[in-house]
Design a binder for this molecule. Sequence first.
Ligand code: NDP
Ligand code: AKG
Length: 426
Amino acid sequence: MVMNLSKYFEWELGVLKEAVNLAGLPSEVFDYLSKPDRIIQVKIPLRLDNGKLVVFEGYRVQHNNALGPYKGGIRYHPEVTLETDMALALGMTLKNSLAGIPYGGGKGAVKVDPSKLSMRELEALSRTYVRGIYKLIGPEEDIPAPDVNTNPQIMAWMVDEYSKLTGKNVPAVFTAKPPELWGNPVRIYSTGYGVAVMAKEAADLWMGGLKDKKVAVHGFGNVGSYAAYWISKFGAKVIAISNAYGSVYDPEGIDVELALKSPEILKDVRNYPRGQKSNDPDTILYTDVDILLPCSLENVITAEKAKNIKAKLIVEGANGPTTPDAEKILYSRKDFVAVIPDILANAGGVIMSYLEWVENLQWYFWDEEETRQKLSSIMSNNFNRTNIYWNKLRERHPERLVTMRDAAFALAVERVYTAMKLRGWI
Ligand SMILES: NC(=O)C1=CN([C@@H]2O[C@H](COP(=O)(O)OP(=O)(O)OC[C@H]3O[C@@H](n4cnc5c(N)ncnc54)[C@H](OP(=O)(O)O)[C@@H]3O)[C@@H](O)[C@H]2O)C=CC1
Ligand SMILES: O=C(O)CCC(=O)C(=O)O
């Protein structure tokens, strides 16, 4: 996939501008939010196991903290750029606002291919990154978490490094830690679980329920694999999955539990024992399914690809997978239902991070069932609020296409605006 990353930031800003307008807010709100509060850029020198020194580049973008501390994940990816990170940080401000949680938005990144590093190198890189940013993060300042190619083990190293540097035991500075180190056990699957809850809400409302609905999942990583697992649990049938190496299609249904338990399949979905295999991850975008879950990276569903998509409902597990041009093409189809936008659909991760942070701050822990229940009801409530607002906007603007993304952005930006206004910033 060729990623046009700067394009992602550009189109996200376009949606934001429109949202400010739709919400009837002063245009200066767009000027304020189109730039982050602060960009931290750090040098990460790493001595490789073979003795060679390499220097990586890392970022932490703190976008806006009107609603609370900056919050958002850290991505390790060889193609990540500062602009991608800025787009993702803006997305976090809006996602956290829409979710109704007490956070602003931020995002971090290191330009590295972690699959090429040994465990020792990965740990050293993660600790050096924390040394670069630790003075500007904290449980009341900025709370990072995982994103693409980062995980609870990396959070454990990071929280340990932070504690060493500050001389304090501060678990609430990072979320999605291992449960043995004050993490919440739901967090590992919460984003995918939330995506499945959103698909269920949408299917119940518009498609007669999830039962036997055919599903394709693009990107079988943390978000995609658990989204596939939970949507199957809710009664749908996952028939196609992909990752960076390729895809597998089985009209009889993929055994998601088997795939989730197999390190070989998680590494490369073509190791799945049945079905038709392809070396192209994108073939599954065009499979005849009811629901498509894009759970890999941004800019996957372009206008060109949208023309051949058959799914009626798209629930965005990834951040920024559908371009606005593609969305227009999808909505022009009579049988198309909706794109449930990223800031609504994949908020399960950060909502669960919020619950873990609350647990860490008060040293009191809920059990798994109870926390999942809390997450589920916050997600369902957010779906309903956004849908009601979407209906209102469509009634108000019958002359134009108002997407659910427009509604989600407008609702989110309203809450940020109110906080900034009350604080006297704007
Ligand atoms: N983790 C979280 O809690 C949250 C993540 N997100 C977003 O969800 C998305 C996925 O994140 P996450 O699951 O954590 O990341 P992972 O690294 O766990 O998974 C990413 C998946 O996408 C696959 N992938 C990469 N490139 C392609 C491609 N060209 N075609 C098909 N699949 C591809 C990867 O395959 P391979 O393994 O082969 O590289 C992997 O299966 C990102 O957009 C992220 O920002 C959003 C909210 C929260
Ligand atoms: O839990 C978190 O803070 C990470 C969330 C995140 O990065 C995202 O939603 O994209």
